[in-house]
Structures are given as structure tokens and as C-alpha cells.
Design a protein around this ligand. Structure first.
Ligand code: HEC
Ligand code: HEC
Length: 458
């Protein structure tokens, strides 16, 4: 309303200046924008209720989740030797309690990783195999990760805790840490905790003992893990009811973190101001880029809706190139494997640890999902240090050039590319890049991107 009034006043003033007479009383209708562009308008409404998490929108959980997001004390030991304590690493191999969510989803950098060496894939306990995605607007996604491996943010967070590339921890250690560090906060939300200090029922692990260690065997290197299902040790040895209690505490911890993550938004951009009628919000190149995005660029075929993603999985024919420490996964089958794994996931939202089903899991794995990855959202992305699931493209110019040539020639990636050659001119390509820059928003409020009072940064 205020913005409309200001616009009307501006129009009246400019009409007076151009001497067009006395008809300035009725504000003119905003210039019509193509419907295909209006469909990309930012959606400022809160994300849909998450039925799988009853604390998802609880203000107490949000504030608690913010603390946990920045807290490295739920993580186990660093495994990879590239963790040598030098710039960009989180510590030295063997040290525990170094990795927090904020260590890779760096809040001050729009929740992507600008910290790890090389600014491509992330170095947690070990190198991740794919690039850390942005968390802004993530609550709007039905499935998570580049490959759709999870159907909830909390399921993803438990996966991170038990993943030996990220936290390298386990649910037994996480639950006992929560008991020692955050019992009052936890009980205020979920009621009494199990007696996690009773080491006869819940084996006590030091931070260095949590998670996995790499061991050499006759048939090569393998992992020996402690404090999680399948460990053949501390966790598997507990009574089933105690295993369940530990899992519940860890899942609830992850649900608290989700409550914070759901608040992370990019916010409206200059493009949205232009859609709302402000002709000056985009320069000529950005306006041409917007037209190309829905026109000759065919971008909107996949990058549709308010976050410029169809939330589906596509094969764009990316031949993996070495990144960071010469890491490549040339046979990453993407969503074909991710969706299969999700259907078997005991932490899926139709399971026992969920408060309700999100109904997002496809019944079957379509063959077209081989080599397909989730269409990334395009808001708040221009400052990212690298692009694509592999992080092998360093600039938006390279990304647009990649799409323009219809992806890489077949042969070095699984599946079949859906892209076709566009043959855009150099000017058209730079217009598209300019348009992508006009999708930046203000990002989350300052009090969300910093650790809450008194907490330490990772
Ligand atoms: C070591 C780096 C690292 C850490 C630490 C980390 N993440 Fe991530 N995160 C990633 C990577 C890499 C992916 C993508 C994984 C994939 O697609 O295979 C990801 C994916 C996600 C996603 C899915 C995003 C999307 O668009 O689909 C969410 C949500 C998420 N992480 C939340 C968290 C939370 C919460 C924590 C802390 C509990 C955390 N992450 C800690 C690297 C990290
Ligand atoms: C067939 C569907 C499809 C079309 C058409 C398409 N994209 Fe994409 N785009 C994707 C997918 C899928 C990815 C991620 C692929 C990967 O990482 O393997 C992607 C990645 C991107 C990225 C990198 C984002 C990031 O976070 O890494 C940008 C930028 C982008 N596309 C812009 C465009 C533009 C501009 C156009 C039009 C010229 C376009 N896309 C057309 C599916 C598509």
C-alpha cells in the first residue's frame, strides 16, 4: 500500500514536469508484464505447515535451533588428513567437536560454503561428494539434496550428524550431548529426557570415540562406526526401547534445527519490484534477460515458480570435472539412487519418528532419473563461489554458456541430457547473467545470521 502510494506520487510529479495536464489523480495501472514472468514473482508467504514436525513453527524451537545450528559440539572427530588446521579447515585430523551446520552453510555467505579450501565441495570430517546447496527458501522444497535422498529437513539433519563426511557423529553421542548440554531447553519442548547419564543403559562415548574411523583391512579401507544403527557395538547392543529413546532425542534435536532453517529466506528482489510496476528497478540488459529466460533461453522449462525451480530432477548432461582435491564422481546417478534410498529410509516422513506424512516420495523411480539432479533455485545466487552439484563451474557466465551449448557431449555422464543447443549471442548470454543478478534479495534479518547471544562460532 505504502509503496503504491509512493509510486503514484512519483508519477504525479513526473507528469507535472512533463506538462501532461491535470489527470494525475488516478494512479496508472502498472505496466503489464508477461504472465510467464509474473509466475516467477517472489512468494513472501511463510512456507506450508510441515506435518512431519510439530515444532516446525514453534518460536521457542526456532531460537533453540539457531543455537544448535552454530554449535559444533554434536560432531565427532575429523577423519580426512586435509584437515590440517590451515586456513579454511575446521581443525586438525582427529580433533572432535569442530563441525557445525554453519561450518558449511555459512550464514554470512547466504548459507553456501565460502569457507572450505578451493570454494567448491566442502571439507567437514571429510570432503563431501557434492556442493553444499543454499538453505534460503529451502522449506519450500518437497524433497531435499541434489538427489532427493530425504523428504524432510529434520531427516536431512540426522543424516548430516551420522554422515562420516559431515559431522561424523552418531545418534547415541548426539543424544547424550543434548542431555549434558541442553537438557532444560530440550525438556521445555519435548518433556522429560530418558536417563542418558545411565551408562549401563546408554554407553558413554567421548567426542573422539563418536562416529567412524577408517580402518585398513585385507580388502582395502573400510569404516568402523560407533553409536548408530548397524555399528555392531554400542548402539546395536542397547535394549530396543533404549535405541528408540536415543533415536527420538536425536530426531527431536533435528526437528528443532529445522524450525530455524525454515526461517531462512532470500526475500524479494529488484526483479519483483519490476514485476510490481517499478520500471526503473531493472536496467535494459536485465529486462532483456528476463524476456530471454521465458523465451529463447527456455530456462523456465525447468526454473519455474517463485523460487525459479520446478522442484524436479533433470539430467543436463554435466561431465564431472575434477574439483578441490582432484575429486570427481563420474558415475553419480543422482536421483535414480537418491529416490530409491529415500523409499528405504527409516527416517522418511511416513515412518515412526515423523509427526505426519509429507506425501512427497514418488511411488516408483522413473528411468529418466538416472543422472538427474534437482533443479536448483536461482534466487540469491549471484555471489555463490561455484555452481552445479559438482561445483565445477566458477561463474554464472560459465553456467549460462554451459546451458547454451546444450550441456556436454554424451559419454562422460550417466543418463541422457535433456538440454538442447540454444545458439544465443554473446549479448543474450550476458543479458541472462545480468537477469540472474537481479534475483538477489536482502537475505534473512541480521539477528538470524549470527549465533544467538553468547554462543561461539565454529
Ligand atoms: C560438511 C559440510 C556440511 C555440513 C557440516 C552440513 N551440511 Fe547440509 N549439506 C551439505 C551438502 C554437501 C549437501 C548436499 C548433499 C547432497 O546433495 O548429496 C547438503 C544439503 C543440505 C540440505 C538440503 C538442501 C537442499 O536444497 O536440498 C539441508 C536442508 C541441509 N544440508 C541442512 C544442514 C543442517 C541442518 C546441518 C547441520 C545439522 C548441515 N546441513 C550441515 C554440506 C553440509
Ligand atoms: C532441462 C531443465 C533445465 C533447463 C531448461 C535449464 N536448467 Fe538450469 N539447471 C538445471 C539443473 C538440473 C541444474 C543443476 C544441474 C547439476 O548440478 O547437475 C541447473 C543449474 C543451473 C544453474 C546453477 C545453479 C547452482 O546453484 O549451481 C543456473 C544459474 C542455471 N541452471 C540457470 C539456467 C538458465 C539461465 C537457463 C536458461 C538458459 C537454464 N538454467 C535452463 C535444469 C535446467
Amino acid at each position: 500500500m505504502g509503496a503504491e502510494l509512493r509510486l503514484a506520487v512519483a508519477v504525479v510529479l513526473s507528469c507535472a514536469a512533463c506538462g501532461s495536464g491535470s489527470e494525475g489523480n488516478t494512479p496508472p495501472a502498472p505496466p503489464a508484464r508477461p504472465t510467464a514472468l509474473s509466475a516467477l514473482h517472489y512468494d513472501a508467504a511463510p512456507p506450508d505447515v510441515d506435518p512431519s514436525n510439530r515444532v516446525a513453527d514453534d518460536p521457542v524451537a526456532r531460537a533453540f535451533g539457531q543455537r544448535l545450528f552454530f554449535d559444533p559440539s554434536l560432531s565427532g572427530p575429523l577423519i580426512e588428513g586435509d584437515n590440517d588446521g590451515s586456513g579454511g579447515t575446521l581443525g586438525v585430523k582427529g580433533q572432535a567437536g569442530r563441525v557445525s551446520c554453519a561450518g558449511c552453510h555459512v550464514p554470512a555467505s547466504g548459507y553456501v560454503d565460502t569457507r572450505s579450501p578451493h570454494h567448491q565441495i566442502s571439507l567437514g570430517a571429510q570432503w563431501t561428494t557434492r556442493r553444499t546447496p543454499v538453505l534460503l527458501e529451502v522449506a519450500f522444497a518437497p524433497l531435499y539434496n541434489w538427489d532427493g535422498r530425504r523428504d524432510s529437513i529434520w531427516g536431512q539433519a540426522v543424516g548430516v550428524m551420522e554422515g562420516n563426511r559431515e559431522f561424523n557423529s552418531g545418534r547415541l553421542f548426539v543424544a547424550t550431548q543434548m542431555f549434558h548440554l541442553y537438557r532444560a531447553e530440550y525438556e521445555a519442548l519435548f518433556g522429560a529426557m530418558p536417563p542418558l547419564d545411565d551408562a549401563t543403559r546408554f554407553p558413554a562415548l567421548t567426542p573422539e570415540e563418536a562416529g567412524c574411523v577408517e580402518v585398513e583391512t585385507m580388502s582395502g579401507a573400510t569404516y568402523q562406526c560407533r553409536g548408530m544403527p548397524g555399528d555392531g557395538a554400542d548402539y546395536d547392543g542397547m535394549a530396543p526401547a533404549d535405541q528408540d529413546a536415543v533415536t527420538r532425542v536425536t530426531v527431536n534435536t533435528a526437528k528443532v534445527i529445522e524450525a530455524y532453517v525454515r526461517e531462512l529466506r532470500c526475500g524479494p528482489s529488484r526483479f519483483d519490484a519490476w514485476l510490481d510496476g517499478d520500471d526503473t528497478a531493472l536496467d535494459a540488459s536485465e529486462q532483456r534477460g528476463a524476456a530471454l529466460f521465458i523465451g529463447a533461453g527456455k530456462c523456465v522449462d525447468c526454473h519455474s515458480g517463485p523460487n525459479l525451480t520446478d522442484e524436479k530432477f533433470h539430467d543436463v548432461g554435466l561431465s564431472p570435472a575434477p574439483v578441490a582435491v582432484a575429486f570427481t564422481d563420474s558415475n553419480d546417478r543422482g536421483a535414480a539412487d537418491g529416490i530409491d534410498a529415500l523409499r528405504q529410509d527409516p527416517l522418511q516422513t511416513s515412518g515412526a519418528y515423523s509427526d505426519g506424512d509429507r506425501h512427497a516420495i514418488p511411488a516408483t523411480t522413473d528411468p529418466s532419473l538416472v543422472g538427474a539432479f534437482r533443479t536448483p533455485p536461482l534466487r540469491c545466487l549471484s555471489s555463490h563461489p561455484s555452481f552445479m552439484h559438482t561445483a565445477q563451474l566458477a561463474t554464472l557466465d560459465e553456467v549460462v554458456a554451459f546451458h547454451d551449448r546444450g550441456g556436454d557431449p554424451p559419454g562422460n555422464y550417466p543418463g541422457q541430457s535433456e538440454l538442447t543447443r540454444l545458439g544465443l549471442t554473446d549479448e543474450q548470454k550476458s543479458d541472462l547473467v545480468a537477469f540472474l543478478g537481479a534475483l538477489d534479495g536482502p537475505g534473512p534479518a541480521a539477528d538470524l545470521v549470527a549465533p544467538p547471544g553468547g554462543a561461539t562460532t565454529p
